[in-house]
Design a binder for this molecule. Structure first.
Ligand SMILES: Nc1ncnc2c1ncn2[C@@H]1O[C@H](COP(=O)(O)OP(=O)(O)O)[C@@H](O)[C@H]1O
Ligand SMILES: [Mg+2]
Length: 358
């Protein structure tokens, strides 16, 4: 029997957990990453260490695998276009283009009638003054359109701030967003297979600390109406984009009861890590299934869960969790501790309280 080989662009923890899920299905994994000793390469049979624009290395990589996927969104779109000429890549670059640029993302969402916060292109500081006036707001968030993550590449601007000084902190194209007065932040994850079947995880309730995800809770404890609405929204996105793979939708639940889409990630997500221990099929199982051409499976959540991220030095304090029943540790194998770096997570699992909550 020929072993299927999956190529994954990116060597982080999402690649690592996808590679572990692939191994369970007897699928070999080849990681392509610029980083030596990456979390994903530690658990994969092959690694190519090279930059994402090294065409010789990319060609050799593509020829050594049957299918290619990626584990983070800042892979250059040209890299995917080049690889696609040699080997199938899922999800394809359409999703990447949408999720890499906050303006393209907002236009896409609004065009398919998914509500977002009010936004404007930043052209000059005058655009911010116009936003204050039009939206009758006293504060806005300015974000770089590309490459932001974990709250990096964004600043809040208050009406009486020195706008010029604040905005100068951000390089490149920018978007202006109205500040959302939210009750909570939630997310949804979905996987869609080559036949068009869709399964979803969530909604999950997400709490951040210093702009980094801190705790995810499932079920989210929001109304059934909002559960259905969030589910419908992510299915619509997956269909419109003809997804083959996994995508995540981050949402705000506003104080006046509206669900606003915040951003899309073209991949598995930190807020879905609980599924590794609270479901029959985790987000990583379904990621592998969806990209490798197998059917996606209903997650069949059997437990309630809380996922706690281990950020930076949190990793030095895991001994007490090692002794807790129902606490399942996942450590990513990063040798260097850095402030704000995701080093691992713990899933706290408990019996399912409500049979109907998703
Ligand atoms: N328009 C907004 N209104 C209120 N809070 C926001 C807004 N945009 C972002 N935030 C807060 O900042 C966090 C990070 O912003 P996000 O757009 O998700 O960027 P990223 O996750 O890529 O850093 C959000 O999870 C939310 O807590
Ligand atoms: Mg976000």
């Amino acid at each position: 029997m020929k072993t299927l080989t999956l190529g994954i662009l990116g060597g982080g923890q999402l690649g690592r957990m996808s590679a572990l899920a692939a191994a369970n299905l007897g699928i070999a994994v080849h990681i392509f990453t610029p980083e030596h000793n990456s979390p994903a390469s530690q658990v994969s049979s092959q690694t190519t260490v090279a930059p994402y624009n090294d065409e010789t290395a990319l060609k050799k990589f593509a020829q050594s695998v049957d299918i290619i996927t990626y584990e983070f969104e800042n892979i250059p779109v040209d890299t995917i276009r080049f690889l696609k000429t040699l080997t199938p890549v899922y999800p394809d670059e359409k999703l990447l283009e949408v999720s890499q640029d906050r303006v393209i993302e907002k236009i896409f969402l609004n065009e398919i009638n998914i509500e977002t916060t009010r936004w404007k292109n930043y052209q000059s500081d005058q655009s911010i003054l116009d936003a204050f006036q039009e939206w009758k707001s006293s504060a806005t968030i300015i974000k770089t359109t590309r490459f932001g993550y974990d709250g990096k590449g964004q600043v809040k601007v208050n009406k009486h701030d020195n706008i010029n000084e604040t905005v100068r902190l951000l390089n490149g194209d920018k978007i202006i967003e109205d500040i959302v007065d939210f009750t909570c932040e939630i997310s949804m994850i979905c996987a869609r297979d080559h036949e068009g079947n869709i399964i979803t995880y969530g909604p999950m309730l997400n709490e951040h600390k210093n702009h980094i995800l801190h705790l995810t809770t499932v079920p989210a404890g929001i109304s059934q109406k909002h559960v259905h609405q969030a589910d419908k929204m992510i299915r619509k996105i997956a269909q419109k984009i003809d997804l083959k793979g996994v995508l995540t939708l981050e949402l705000f639940l506003t104080k006046d009861g509206r669900l606003l889409a915040n951003e899309i990630a073209p991949r598995t997500h930190n807020s879905g890590h609980w599924s590794m221990n609270a479901c029959l099929y985790s987000q990583f199982d379904n990621h592998i299934r969806a990209v490798c051409g197998f059917p996606v499976m209903d997650p069949q959540r059997h437990s309630d869960a809380k996922m706690l991220n281990l950020i930076g030095e949190d990793i030095l304090d895991i001994d007490r969790h090692m002794k807790k029943s129902g606490a399942y540790l996942h450590i990513y194998g990063k040798s260097e501790i850095r402030e704000g770096r995701k080093m691992g997570h713990i899933n706290f699992i408990s019996p399912k309280t409500s049979p109907t909550a998703s």
